[in-house]
Design a protein around this ligand. Structure first.
Ligand code: GAP
Length: 472
């Protein structure tokens, strides 16, 4: 565990050093739970989103939308977020520190497992799985003698439910009639647009609506880099089906989504599927699983697949007074569709791809950090170097770089020894480095070095764009 956490520290520091991710408002000491994507990070994030968008919407039966972040406040009454989108919170009276009660218990379970007290850990896990009300969490914390990780005392307040939605006001008057919320999930923007999309696209059930966008949650504690933040991006798809067909489609999407992770280089032994216990299901769900990745700090959810039944559409129909139904012309029936949801964090999965890509190895006796991104996710697809800064090599390299850059993100570098230039690109995760040398000027060929094998081949410079096209 400790060694893996060192790995996470290394990744966070590489992410900062190379311009993937910075703490938000860094020069002011940072803002907790918020992160900024730097020049390499923004490319990675965009490529992750692009990979998802292509997979989900470049097919005939899924439409994309982009709904606004601020929505009518009644949306959140209907969805149940105002009533029940809350986490159990506890304060320590001495240290004045605030914790998520369930996380304190999870940490205690980890501690027990580290001491190989498996039976005690299992018993505590069983109690945690059954805990629903604030009193349940409080009793477990007291019974287990859990102490404040910061101050070491156990003088706890009661457990209270804390609503995670950020509140703000629309217009100049800050009164209760002007309250709006920053959306805590993108899904509701899809539900409230069901009629609009259904009527304008003339899709037939089953069909889906997909969206990528920011979501905000006032998490009690943020932790583990991009894993749990207060501002993040989600990639969600709601698949509308005829009631009764929902179980079949739930299985279909669970399998399809797992394949997507593997297609982009996540090995099956770092992925697992964890069903939600029946008594822990969200208020809207008939069935739910998490797709989890093995992060340096342990298993963590990256995507949720949920059978949300007809809960959301029915709620919005009731609260808005509008009919939200599907009319099946073939069968001449009208019904409220069931919904299978696939919901993945763009930011959290970007962190997963970064962690997954990180590797250390040795080339000719020299250590290197390398990010083994899938070529489609890599920030730069190619880097182009003149071997030396004379004999027309820089001019040739610049011209090739400008030509390639019309289609693929390319990086031009002429400074330092060629080995150092390779190392810099290995750290950025660039899959191919192209060098212009003496032979290029004679026969128009260039060397292409592979990031992972470090092997080099020669190809015609003019065929580089096509060659890359087959790979990235
Ligand atoms: N519409 C369903 C929904 O929002 P969720 O399990 O609460 O379900 C879905 O969130 C995904 O959003 C998670 O699997 C995770 O990838 C991402 N996510 C949720 N909260 C997050 C946070 N505080 N920071 C980063 N990502 C988060």
């Amino acid at each position: 565990m400790a060694a893996s956490l060192v790995a996470l520290d290394k990744i966070v520091s590489l992410a900062k050093r190379r311009g993937f991710v910075f703490q938000s408002s860094d020069i002011y000491g940072g803002l907790n739970g918020c992160w900024d994507y730097g020049p390499l990070g923004v490319e990675l994030l965009r490529n992750v989103k692009e990979a998802w968008w292509r997979e989900m919407t470049y097919r005939d039966d899924i439409e994309g939308i982009d709904a606004s972040i601020l929505m009518h406040p009644r949306v959140w009454e209907a969805s149940g977020h105002i009533g029940s989108f809350a986490d159990p919170m506890i304060d320590n009276k001495t240290s004045k520190k605030r914790y998520r009660a369930d996380h304190l218990i999870e940490d205690e379970i980890d501690r027990l497992r580290n001491k190989e007290k498996e039976a005690e850990a299992d018993a505590l896990q069983e109690r945690l799985d059954k805990a629903v009300a604030p009193e349940d969490f409080y009793q477990i914390i007291v019974d287990s003698g859990i102490k404040d990780p910061a101050g070491g005392t156990n003088d706890w307040t009661e457990v209270r439910q804390f609503n995670l939605m950020f509140k703000t006001f629309i217009g100049p008057v800050e009164d209760s009639s002007a309250v709006v919320y920053l959306r805590p999930e993108t899904a509701q923007g899809i539900f409230v647009n069901f009629n609009n999309v259904n009527q304008s696209s003339r899709q037939k059930v089953p069909f889906g609506i997909a969206q990528i966008g920011k979501a905000f949650r006032n998490e009690i504690n943020t932790k583990n880099f991009l894993f749990r933040t207060r501002e993040f991006e989600q990639m969600e798809m709601q698949w509308f089906v005829k009631p009764g067909d929902d179980d079949k489609w739930y299985d279909y999407w669970l399998e399809k989504r797992q394949n997507w992770f593997q297609e982009f280089g996540i090995s099956p032994d770092k992925l697992r599927v964890k069903p939600h216990a029946e008594d822990k299901l969200a208020h809207y769900a008939k069935a739910a699983v998490d797709i989890e990745y093995l992060f340096p700090f342990g298993w963590g959810e990256v995507e949720g697949i949920h059978n949300r039944t007809d809960f959301d559409l029915r709620q919005h129909a009731e609260f808005s007074g509008k009919k939200i139904e599907y009319f099946d012309q073939g069968e001449n029936v009208r019904y409220t569709p069931y919904v299978i949801e696939t919901s993945i964090g763009a930011s959290r999965s970007t962190m997963m791809f970064l962690v997954n890509a990180y590797d250390e190895d040795e080339i000719g006796g020299e250590k290197r950090d390398v990010l083994r991104f899938h070529p489609k996710l890599a920030p730069y697809k190619v880097a182009i170097f003149p071997l030396i800064k004379k004999e027309g090599m820089p001019e040739f390299a610049q011209k090739l770089h400008q030509d390639v850059q019309k289609q693929y993100k390319s990086f031009y570098d002429e400074s330092g020894a060629i080995g150092r230039r390779y190392r810099r690109q290995d750290e950025a995760g660039t899959p191919y480095c192209v060098t212009i040398d003496g032979q290029t000027l004679e026969d128009g060929t260039v060397t292409v070095r592979d990031r992972d094998t470090t092997e080099q081949i020669r190809i015609q410079a003019e065929s580089l764009r096509g060659w890359l096209g087959e790979r990235v």
